[in-house]
Design a protein around this ligand. Structure first.
Ligand code: NAP
Length: 470
């Protein structure tokens, strides 16, 4: 399959791009490596300035970028605009904070002299990104690594080529040097070739378990450090004393945002029995109120899914769930529009034997479970191969935080939406992957934490003196 923009609302082929050649990959690696060497000697303040310019350029081109994104993968135009602004915020944050985050750290030690850890660049980083947030996924890796001084090669999803191309153009137009971020239309073998290249020192992937395993295998083979941001089946726990107005106001949004195609979307609602009926009734009401239509029209509230293939897969997952005994509360009816629309569905009575119990459904389907105790809620939340995020609603936020601490995921929000912000670490455990993006933790993913110990003269009197320990 080539790289194609097929508008999921009109099904029209809008753009098609050929694969890049091995020669172009080879030139890009050379340019990236050369830039890595040059950026080592550049004051970090220069990169801060460029990254602020990138944020400004994105804001200047916000309407254009939002339209490209919506045509590429179908999301509501307002959501595309929000994504562009979030990218600009991330860029500004790393531009402002990186000089401090990456400053050398002094260590108290009994070794003779002054010990410091320097946080230095390592070389070219390859990033492999998905289609569901065409700009934000790139910015999550680009902004922190640009500040570190690591040049990047982007292999983005095959169905959002126009967004990927335009993002990288904007980066260059804002003054980033050639090679700082290069979008290439690579095939899978070329991704492996890039990973194998000695100039590449890191690989960041966001995507599915399957894609992650393939890329992590190549990274393992060539001993390249890697971070994996994979799928999720986030629990949304509603305790018996939760404020049901807040709960019902947020629950439908966190499942239907981006047409349910979000790794941290609440895919499992785990609700205490005393509020279960009310919860299901309200969720149904909200799910049935969405307005499908042109995602460019601000009045539309249900976008098409990103591709015909994604819609077919979701339908087959819903069919399998129902065949295995799940109860349908709403949905499973076609929408009479030509685009890739999927009517939001709610299912209940999903048993552990049902494939829906452990399979991520990447679209507008909510699964609701009834539980009789908090312990049962926590056990159900943790009985899952994924461990990305989660939400807990409780009448007492401190108690909600105690419950959050018992959930085996990388991120939990209490009494609110999950938010992705530059200062907060993003990532998961179990099949949701490893490593973190954003925040100081994310910025340290591809950094040489180099120890330098500076002595005025040698001293054999201290306990470590003269010892070589390996
Ligand atoms: P995917 O199939 O794994 O694709 C993601 C990226 O990996 C694409 O660029 C894809 O390229 C590439 N890829 C896949 N297999 C590859 C291989 N063998 N070699 C090299 N590159 C390969 O994921 P998806 O299904 O499109 O994305 C949705 C998934 O991503 C969901 O599971 C979602 O939960 C997860 N996700 C996770 C996060 C997070 O932060 N944890 C965020 C967003 C999404 P092609 O397009 O060319 O196949």
């Amino acid at each position: 399959m080539t790289y194609q923009t097929i508008n999921p609302y009109s099904n029209e082929l809008v753009h098609e791009y050929p694969f890049d050649t091995d020669q172009i990959l080879s030139e890009t690696l050379a340019i990236g490596h050369d830039l890595y060497q040059r950026m080592k000697n550049q004051p970090i303040a220069e990169r801060s300035k460029i990254l602020h310019n990138i944020a400004a350029k994105m804001r200047e081109h916000a309407d254009e970028l939002a339209r490209i994104c919506t045509i590429d993968m179908g999301k509501l135009i307002g959501e595309s605009a929000g994504e562009v602004e979030l990218c600009a915020m991330i860029a500004d944050w790393f531009a402002d904070h990186s000089p401090e985050l990456l400053a050398p750290e002094t260590i108290d030690t009994i070794a003779t002299g002054q010990a410091q850890v320097l946080h230095q660049s390592v070389g070219v980083v390859v990033m492999v990104e998905p289609w569901n947030f065409p700009y934000y996924q790139i910015m999550r890796v680009f902004a922190p690594n640009f500040m570190v001084g690591n040049p990047m090669i982007l292999k983005d999803a095959a169905n959002i080529p126009t967004s990927a191309k335009r993002f990288c153009e904007i980066v260059e137009e804002a003054g980033a040097p050639k090679g700082a971020l290069t979008n290439l239309f690579l095939n899978y073998d070329q991704v492996t070739e890039a990973i194998a290249d000695p100039r590449v020192q890191g690989v960041a992937l966001t995507g599915s378990e399957l894609g992650g395993a393939a890329v992590a295998k190549a990274a393992g083979k060539y001993l390249k450090k890697n971070s994996m941001e994979l799928g999720g089946m986030d629990p949304f726990i509603v305790l018996g004393d939760a404020d049901m107005d807040d709960v019902t106001n947020i629950a439908w949004r966190v499942r239907l945002y981006n047409c349910g195609q979000v790794c941290t979307s609440s895919k499992r609602f785990i609700v205490m029995d005393n509020v279960y009926d009310e919860f299901v009734a309200k969720l149904k009401e909200h799910f049935e109120q969405v307005v499908p239509g042109d995602p460019m029209d601000p009045k539309t509230t249900l976008a098409p899914m990103n591709t015909a293939r994604a819609k077919q897969k979701l339908q087959s997952q819903l069919d399998a769930a129902l065949a295995a005994g799940a109860r349908l509360v709403t949905g499973n009816e076609p929408i009479d529009l030509p685009g890739q629309f999927f009517r939001p569905a709610i299912i209940t009575d999903v048993t552990p034997e049902n494939p829906a119990y452990k399979e991520e459904m990447f679209g507008p389907i909510g699964v609701v479970y009834k539980v009789r105790s908090e312990d049962e809620a926590v056990a159900l939340a943790n009985d899952n191969p994924y461990g990305l995020g989660g939400i807990v609603f409780s009448g007492d936020p401190d108690h909600g935080a105690d419950v959050a601490a018992r959930i085996e995921t990388g991120m939990v929000f209490v009494n609110n939406f999950m938010a992705s912000l530059p200062e907060l670490p993003f990532g998961g455990v179990k099949l949701s992957g490893y490593g973190r993006e954003m925040s100081r933790i994310g910025q340290m993913a591809f950094v040489n934490d180099k120890l330098v110990v500076k002595a005025q003269h040698s001293d054999l009197s201290n306990p470590a003196g003269g010892l070589v320990v390996a």
